[in-house]
Design a protein. Sequence first.
Length: 94
Amino acid sequence: MTTLVTGASGQLGHAFRKRLTQNVFFADRNTCNLIDPEALHRQLDKIRPDTIINCAAYTAVDDAIGGWTTAGIDQSYGNGYPLDVLNKWMQRIS
């Protein structure tokens, strides 16, 4: 069984890294970019996780005041796009 942990470079991701040690792929935005649909699909196909723990978060509050696009995040993230993709992946393999 393989587990994918997104947001691995963040505070919560680091906590999971300390606890999970076997068959885990820890992904940060450089290895599994949740706002890039094609990249996300490629990584899911490559990793083929049985379980996904989504620790990804945007926490630069000062940069986000101007809205999602100012923060460098397109509208799809605000619409829950990454969760849709991750949910569809999990349905596909179950």
